[in-house]
Design a protein around this ligand. Sequence first.
Ligand code: DSN
Length: 426
Amino acid sequence: MTQQSIPFIEIQDPQIAKAIRGEELREAEGLELIPSENYVSRAVLEANGSVFTNKYSEGYPHRRYYGGQTYTDIVEEIAIERACKLFGCKYANVQPLSGAPANVATYFALCKPGDTILGMDLSHGGHLTHGHPVTHLAKIFNFIRYKMKSPETGEIDYDALRETALKEKPKVILAGFSAYSRELDYAKFVAIAKEVGAITVADMAHIAGLIAGKVVKNPFDYGFDVITTTTHKTLRGPRGGMILTRESEEIAKAIDKSIFPGLQGGPHMHIIAAKAVAFGEALKPEFQEYTKQILKNAKAMEKIFQAHNIRMIGGGTDNHLILADVFGSLGVTGKEAQTVLDEVGITLNMNSIADDVRPPMDPSGIRFGTPAITTRGFKESECTKVAELMIEAMKNRENEMVKRRIHEEIRELCAIFPIPEGFVKA
Ligand code: DSN
């Protein structure tokens, strides 16, 4: 990607200009394997940096509390229409500032304080906002967590989930994750929810792009009521959130009220404009090809980790990410692995694994994924190479010469596959 044009920042604020240039270089010369990150197109970046950042627009299209909404209404309506088309649903709220507010607003729309919500345990792949005790949410709602039956297969313990649901009578059953690599059995979630009269919510933040690209299952096809998501990650849009409702007008209205005025003030219209542009990109056939390649690339990396007998939680991957037990397999802690890989130009994150014996700040695992390197144009052969280099670097973490050589190989790969500026034909 060529440098972003920032002439005014360069003159007015050299410190910030320098940091922007530094980040550009970091992104260009290193490999991004954090599975929740990606590179947006120039078109998305332009919308994100547009004059819509100036505008307040509390309310919804044609029902705002401030004047001057001719153009905000246009972008918000386009974003909503494209989101509904992408995910096959009737309603979309595109105002959530990110995934966490999307989840918070959804709980408040569907539950009263004290109500029970079943969500996936953090160490088994769930997210903080699925009710981890450190969150404010955990003081308001009664979160009960379910787990995998076996970290070796990744299968959720649906029998235990059903038993808990029958006993606890949750208002909401939440499916979704931020560190889980297998497909969920959405039909089972829906069947259990029906038995106990719960509403089904899927937090699809990580795999929204894969759903839009139709390469993994869409929870709406199995009867889920609501999907919450971020709009970046695999969806390759701006940092932001969104709540989708399959067909219930009652639920959609409650969610709208919960986002505004319940939780948020003025929506960030520049980000909504960028969401609309990204959704437009995701509706193109090229995006489906991109998402197919994300999965193929993850499988190629899985094969190498398997060949080196490195334990993967869930036994492998059905999506864009892999969670590997590097401490159990190589004797390298997650933090050590993250540090050594950083040194050779690969960014990923240390991650707790199911029932981790190590602390969260230096856990047993690493989490990595293929959305960003696939955007760069990597195919299976490059991903195979990257996986091999990762393992070599972790095994040789004390060997400066080996690390220097690996870093050089990573730089070469980055030079051959620069970050593209756009992904769709005009
Ligand atoms: N922080 C995001 C992730 O990396 O998965 C989730 O919120």
